[in-house]
Write a protein that binds this ligand. Structure first.
Ligand code: CO
Length: 184
């Protein structure tokens, strides 16, 4: 089971590396890691289990956050009713295209690897077209928008060595392009 002490924190160089792509079939070790990363997200969104194991709630977890510099990330995205609207483990994800129009979360973003609150809007493409492989090696191309697109962008950023606050405007953290969608 992945616990908070297994999560790499900002300052650990692994979070700033470009993660390496995987080849198929995945090793048993990497398949197990994919399961464990998804299980962390499931457990962290269950108030009782999260409380018991002191897990911070997460909607995405990338392999560098558990110390593995490989192109793998788990996503478990709920809607505001707590229903899961996107669940997948991405292997070797690639953004094929993105909208010019940006979206951001009204409350900003957080990250399991960043312990302090960092205020500011984190503008990301509102729509993404992503190609990735499943853990079983199946190639998929999907389109995401709004909240699931933001989570996917945050996780793919991790695989490229970026953290969410890199995208916050340094001079004015709450400035946005005029047509940016603010998701609350
Ligand atoms: Co993160």
């Amino acid at each position: 089971m992945i616990l908070m002490h297994d999560i790499t924190r900002d300052g650990n160089p692994v979070l700033r590396q470009v993660a390496k792509p995987l080849t198929f079939p995945l090793s048993d070790e990497y398949k197990k890691l994919a399961d464990e990363m998804m299980q962390y997200l499931i457990d962290s969104q269950d108030p009782k289990i999260a409380e018991k194991h002191q897990l911070r709630a997460g909607v995405g977890l990338a392999a560098p956050q558990v110390g593995k510099s490989i192109q793998m990330a788990a996503l478990l995205v709920p809607n505001d009713k707590g229903e899961i609207i996107f669940k997948e483990v991405f292997v070797n994800p690639k953004i094929l295209s993105e909208s010019v129009r940006k979206a951001c979360l009204a409350e900003g973003e957080g990250c399991l690897s960043v312990d302090k609150d960092i205020e500011g809007y984190v503008p990301r493409p509102d729509k993404l077209k992503i190609r990735y492989y499943t853990v079983d090696g199946e190639e998929k191309t999907i389109r995401l928008k709004d909240y699931p697109a933001i989570v996917a962008s945050h996780e793919i950023d991790h695989l490229n060595g970026h953290l969410f606050y890199d995208r916050i405007n340094k001079e004015n953290p709450f400035s946005l392009a005029e047509d940016t969608i603010v998701i609350s």
